[in-house]
Design a protein around this ligand. Sequence first.
Ligand code: ZN
Ligand code: ZN
Length: 356
Amino acid sequence: MNNRLEKIRKLFSEYRIDALLVSSTVNCKYLSGFTGTSATLLIDPYEAFLLTDFRYIEQAKDQCPQFHIIDVSGEAQLSLSQLLDDRGIRKLGSESDYLTYNQFTTLRDKLAPVKLIPVKGAVQSLRKVKDSDEISAIKQSMDILDSALNNIISQLKPGITEREIALNLEFFARKQGATGNAFDFIVASGPRSALPHGTASPRALQHGELVTIDLGVIYDGYASDMTRTFAVGQCSEKQKLIYNIVLEAQLAGMAAIRPGVEAKGVDHAARSVIESYGYGSSFGHGTGHGVGLEVHEGPRLSKKSDTVLEKGMVVTVEPGIYLPGWGGVRIEDTVVVEERGCRALCGFPKDSLICT
Ligand code: ZN
Ligand code: ZN
């Protein structure tokens, strides 16, 4: 945590601010370790303060030893204005990605004459590169997905509904220690598998069709994300063909990952495989995204992303082909960028289309 505070302070001169006000719950957690849902951080060049109400005072004292804990409730209230005045802060950065315009203007008026300066993406830029503890938490979160899919595979038979599959996956994952879902699981069968984000419906699986399962959970605060596509009972030549194209694209994307490469280069590597088979227009989303405290965070692996990959970034590689009326295939691994390439944090097989 100390290291993170030092890194964020180094950005102050670039943003021309004396201090940063952190209002996003997830960024508060990243910088302080606080897991409650109501806190604001004030970080100046020398000290760090966590402002919260009486419900969280003891928790904050316990979780955030590097912060001065300030009770902003009741009579003990010390206002942010007073604190800024005491600390001699004139230019205060605020997180423009998280404050609504209304919140920004209200705060600006309240804190005047302190100048409130919108700061975009500062803490998020640090969060892109994970330390070893974070990678280990994501790996454990991913391990739960591997076991959950292994457990569900025998249940992927005609008659089971998408919602039952999602529920069984969640129940299993919770028993393995997951504290929640990272997003509503996608279970999309038959023609619905052509919906890239088809959340589980009451539809029952039918023999010979595809089912795409995209799941992610939270473990120790960290998200995971993985997708596999299966054929129910039997698979057709066309299903195998489409699957193998997506697999080739997914492997090409992974092979392109190493430190120093632009994120759009990874997108291009995966996309050009799908385009070469004539399915370019059937792959309408980006190739991947960062995974960490949030399931969708930086860096994006898309056509336009010029983020340069660095060792320690954790990203998904998830190309897909979606054919309306027929179905779709997506294969997604979450990987960590290492010295010479990347390492998948999931181990569930993908080498060929699995017929359940
Ligand atoms: Zn996913
Ligand atoms: Zn994803």
